[in-house]
Design a protein around this ligand. Structure first.
Ligand code: MN
Length: 133
């Protein structure tokens, strides 16, 4: 069972994300601030981390930098949860060591595909599937 660490301080978003992940058989861990996220990443070694940017203590960028500087394997994907409006957040997230991002508000129709994409071992050179129709 794949283990996903969700870092999010907004209860509604945390509930929605964890509900969808649980429903699809993922094992879900919750962290509500940056410090917790770093501790849990090191202790639990999740298969994927979903990282909110605005958190009550350090921001998600700093948490990502600390996870990347920790003994946690650098190949663990970290997906930033970024606001659609904030293009700057996305660039900063990548610079901080995130593997990519998922835009908020979360789109329930796309979310699980996005999760699977991050869990799939990197195949950057492989063209994406394009259905013929
Ligand atoms: Mn937040």
């Amino acid at each position: 069972m794949k283990k996903i660490l969700v870092v999010e301080d907004n209860p509604d978003t945390m509930y929605l994300v964890c509900f969808m992940l649980n429903n699809h058989g993922y094992s879900v861990l919750q962290a509500w601030n940056g410090r917790e996220s770093v501790e849990m990443a090191i202790r639990e070694r999740p298969d994927l981390i979903l990282m909110d940017i605005q958190l009550p203590d350090m921001d998600g960028l700093e948490a990502t930098r600390q996870i990347r500087a920790s003994p946690v394997d650098d190949s663990i994907p970290i997906a930033a949860l970024t606001s659609y409006a904030l293009a700057n957040d996305r660039q900063q997230a990548l610079a901080a060591g995130c593997s990519g991002y998922i835009e908020k508000p979360i789109d329930p129709d796309q979310f699980l595909n996005q999760i699977q994409h991050f869990l799939t071992p990197s195949s950057d050179e492989t063209p994406h599937d394009h259905p013929d129709s």
